[in-house]
Design a protein. Structure first.
Length: 309
């Protein structure tokens, strides 16, 4: 993306083009990796950040870097969309009281900077675990079990048959996880089922066989982001056919399907990251920020010791 003047409409066009160009599951999992690294950002902005700086690992506004004792290189900013207001669009019917038809969000251009575009006081970068940690898997299991209990669901570990890793029994308000799974596969399945509990209900009018693919993509994507955030890898084979799936859902605008699904996934994953981190912090479980992907060789991996301000 060039350095010339850019309008919010330009970013919208770029974003729509990226959504429509999605051709493989690797593209989708790459965006989910960014969501695990930067959980406070909206899905559309995650795509824009990844497009402009694929190796970004710690992103913030200039003011935040200033608070951390660092200054930014203004020529290395990453443009994102920033909401400026929500405008109520109203209709009046023959002198009756005005009723709000819908709210229209408007955006301006915002600029954020990766840590590699800053200089100043030494700062510690997030660390990447060499191998998945069983303690992290067990801690996340406890956190998710506690979290879903707030929704009235219990977690039960028991035999489910060779072909099933787990399921959610909405009638009994119970998540069942197969007892033959190791710690990593068990917590991955639990995260998947919690994603279903948070996002889906059998009572939804859209709970049809035709929408089952959408629900599975959403639940698996939430699990992927949450596990990556905690340093636990998750295979992405289930995303291999996501481009074909989006075209089946809406042949005319598959990009819109990708965007809507991404927004739901990122919002759900963000809330789960916040609640599980809060639980683990209360249990005094060490919370170590982790990378969901390896950094480029040009990026430092441990710390940045720039000149003092």
């Amino acid at each position: 993306m060039g350095k010339e003047a850019v309008r919010a409409e330009d970013l919208y066009r770029v974003l729509d083009a990226e959504m429509s160009r999605l051709a493989a599951g690797s593209d989708w999992s790459r965006w989910l990796d960014v969501a695990a690294l930067l959980p406070t950002y909206e899905f559309g902005n995650l795509v824009l950040i990844n497009l402009q700086m694929p190796q970004a690992s710690w992103v913030a506004r200039a003011q935040r870097w200033k608070q951390l004792g660092r200054r930014v290189n203004t020529g290395q900013g990453i443009r994102i969309l920033t909401p400026i207001r929500s405008q109520e669009v109203a209709r009046r019917h023959h002198g009756a009281e005005t009723s709000v038809d819908h709210q229209e969000r408007r955006f301006s251009i915002g600029v954020v900077y990766d840590v590699t575009a800053t200089v100043g006081a030494p700062i510690q970068l997030p660390r990447l675990p060499v191998t998945p940690d069983e303690a992290a898997a067990r801690g996340l299991w406890d956190a998710l079990s506690h979290d879903v209990a707030a929704d009235g669901f219990a977690v039960d570990v028991r035999p489910t048959g060779d072909s099933s890793e787990g399921f959610t029994d909405y009638g009994a308000n119970r998540i069942v996880i197969a007892d033959h799974l190791d710690d990593f596969r068990a917590v991955a399945r639990l995260a998947h089922e919690v994603g279903h509990v948070r996002m889906h209900s059998p009572a939804d009018p859209d709970a049809t066989a035709a929408c089952r693919g959408t629900r599975e993509v959403e639940a698996e994507s939430v699990a992927y982001v949450l596990l990556a955030r905690h340093g636990l890898s998750r295979q992405a084979e289930s995303f291999d056919y996501i481009a074909d799936w989006a075209r089946q859902v809406d042949p005319k605008e598959p990009g819109g399907v990708i965007k809507a699904t991404g927004e739901r996934v990122v919002n759900t994953a963000r809330r789960l990251i916040e609640s599980t981190d809060k639980y683990l912090g209360a249990q005094r479980t060490p919370l170590v920020p982790v990378q969901a992907r390896q950094l480029d060789s040009a990026c430092p991996t441990h710390d940045i010791d720039g000149p003092a301000l």
